[in-house]
Design a protein around this ligand. Structure first.
Ligand code: ADE
Length: 225
């Protein structure tokens, strides 16, 4: 699977992709992540990528030309399944959307900044607009990193224990049960006995009950309650 991310701040995206699971997925050749600096696609003398909004108002608007030039170059090289714009007014990302995107081949992700991007980019190129939650960040880079992480860990062969993505919170509509590791007793705070019992059916039963209770307490909406 291939991601092409268009941004004015490529440096912001270096670290998130250089560690842990995302790094391993790239090393294994399962995921390719390419970050493109939109300034490289500006035809203006000072490599500007934004300008004042028509009709007035505060903030700068990102221009269509650099987006168009970069997207058209990429599309001339391969086909893309989606062009996704990260924006707080998009559809809120969830596990279902991540699952759906994890079986795609090539995805372009657009990161906006300033006051927004010229509406024509959204009208002409974007296939899907995604938000990572009801709060406003300074740009689409962190949301893009969140999206790529959520997708890549679902691609078969990325997680060493292939079942572990399947047991994640949300994957099966329930939140995860609590987890513990050594020591079994920390200053009198003990790990639940059942987890030390070695009785697998009892442990499974306990985990299911805990998942259900946690979901009831924290996210009754997931149970349709
Ligand atoms: N850009 C700024 N805020 C955002 C958000 N919450 N989700 C996606 N993109 C964004």
């Amino acid at each position: 699977m291939r991601f092409d991310i268009l941004t004015v701040l490529p440096g912001l995206l270096e670290s998130p992709f250089a560690h842990s699971i995302l790094q391993r997925a790239q090393k294994k050749g399962i995921a390719e992540i390419h970050v493109h600096n939109l300034r490289d696609y500006s035809s203006l003398k000072h490599k500007n990528v934004d300008d004042y909004p028509y009709g007035g108002g505060s903030g700068m608007v990102m221009m269509i030309e650099p987006f168009a030039a970069c997207i058209e170059k990429l599309k001339s090289e391969r086909n893309y399944d989606e062009v996704i714009f990260m924006t707080p007014d998009g559809v809120t990302l969830n596990q279902g959307i991540a699952n759906e995107l994890s079986i795609k081949g090539n995805i372009i992700i657009l990161c906006g900044h300033y006051k927004g991007i010229d509406q024509r980019v959204r009208d002409l190129f974007v296939t899907r607009e995604l938000s990572i939650g009801d709060y406003v960040l300074s740009g689409g880079e962190l949301p893009a990193a969140v999206l790529v992480d959520a997708i890549v860990r679902l691609i078969p062969g990325v997680l060493s224990d292939e079942t572990s993505a399947l047991s994640d919170s949300f994957q099966g509509e329930l939140l995860d049960a609590p987890v513990y590791t050594r020591p079994a007793d920390w200053n009198g705070h003990r790990v639940p006995d059942v987890l030390l019992s070695g009785n697998t059916p009892e442990i499974e039963k306990w985990r299911f009950e805990q998942s259900l209770e946690r979901t009831r307490q924290r996210r009754p909406d997931l149970l349709g309650e």
